[in-house]
Design a protein around this ligand. Structure first.
Ligand code: PLP
Length: 359
């Protein structure tokens, strides 16, 4: 079965096989990774290797901390303003390019003053702003944006230019899909369950000077500085998810050959599906404007609900599953993250072409 779920999502087969082979007994340890202390040398080595892989793949310098947290990206919606707003700056700018950006701003507004720098709601989030469209405040604590909107399928090909105000990015659904110039960011966060591993782990990459803004009055778990000072082991971290992140990043390095290669593959995969939309504009209507189409989530509608239902049922018969779009956009969403093999995308492409022919 090829599973096009938006997340938790397909993992590389070789990663699952390795995890399966090692599940009962980690080589050299004689116990399962699920059974050992997070402070044991064997696990500390795994966590350090996972961080080293991330640093290598994304060229993350020592000016940045890498944190392994829990609570999903939703907790980051709150932790970001809790830590980065305060006496030095009491407002932040939010760029709303889809449902997740909107959710992030809604949570942040409970913690501080939020200004909306741009909102694509009037066209149901089918486009992205140009830098000149952004209404930014030079005294904002940070500017928040969502690099890939998972529900609408719109994605920034390059980060917005926010001058000297720190850029905070929710990269949940396109983390590690291409190389990034991390030095352009104050902070990047991503839940793991789309491109980096299983649910339960959220990766935070944060410029170290920003850690100093966290107030000591914050509850310990909600304070980035506490996590950084304790190497993400202030409390028990999600050990199995970190182990899986290590395997996924090994796969990216050793089997894929790095993020440039991954990006190339992602572009090729997405192009196969978008070509079917472009070849059949009266039948498949893409949601995103062509120039901002996501490489990760391909969203489109069929002429009516009956055909959409038929499409989903017929796809399932061919073992192409989890293709139903989010209710706010309707239609179909094919999530084709890093681990979706080319063969899976080709099978969906062939199915889509055949479906037009039959209907
Ligand atoms: N941000 C984006 C872009 C997402 O796609 C998601 C999850 O689907 C989230 C945030 C929320 O993540 P979590 O469910 O881990 O809190």
């Amino acid at each position: 079965t090829y599973n096009f779920s938006a997340g938790p999502a397909t993992l590389p087969l070789s990663v699952l096989e390795k995890a399966q082979a090692e599940l009962l007994s980690l080589p050299g340890v004689g116990a399962s990774v699920l059974e050992i202390s997070h402070r044991s040398p064997a696990f500390v080595e795994i966590a350090q290797a996972a961080e080293a892989n991330l640093r290598e793949l994304l060229s993350i310098s020592d000016d940045y901390a890498v944190l392994f947290l829990q609570g999903g990206s939703r907790l980051q919606f709150s932790m970001v303003p809790m830590n980065l707003l305060g006496e030095h700056a009491n407002s932040a700018d939010y760029i709303l390019t889809g449902s997740w950006g909107k959710n992030a701003a809604k949570e942040a507004a409970k913690e501080g003053d939020i200004c909306i720098a741009w909102d694509g709601g009037s066209t149901n989030y089918d486009r992205l702003p140009a830098d000149g469209d952004l209404d930014l405040n030079s005294d904002a604590g940070y500017v928040h944006f969502t690099s890939n909107e998972t529900i609408q399928g719109v994605q920034f090909a390059a980060e917005p230019n926010t001058g000297s105000v720190p850029l905070v990015c929710d990269a949940s659904s396109d983390f590690m899909h291409r190389p990034l110039d991390v030095s352009k960011y104050g902070m990047i966060y991503a839940c793991a369950q789309k491109n980096a591993g299983p649910a339960g782990l959220t990766v935070v990459v944060m410029r170290k000077d920003l850690l100093e803004l966290s107030s000591d009055d914050l509850p310990g778990y909600l304070n980035y500085k506490v996590h950084a000072e304790n190497d993400s082991m202030w409390n028990t971290p999600p050990t199995f998810a970190i182990y899986m992140l290590k395997l996924v990043t090994d796969w990216l390095k050793d089997e894929i050959g790095g993020l440039e290669k991954m990006h190339e593959l992602n572009k090729q995969k997405a192009a196969l599906l978008y070509k079917v939309l472009d070849d059949n504009p009266d039948f498949y209507q893409g949601h995103a404007k062509p120039e901002v189409r996501s490489l990760m989530n391909v969203t489109f509608r069929l002429p009516d609900d009956e055909l959409t239902a038929k499409f989903l049922a017929a796809a399932k018969e061919q073992r192409l599953t989890d293709l139903k779009g989010h209710r706010s956009v309707g239609g179909i969403r094919a999530s084709i993250y890093n681990a979706m093999p080319m063969a899976g995308v080709e099978a969906l492409r062939d199915f889509m072409v055949d479906f037009v022919g039959r209907h």
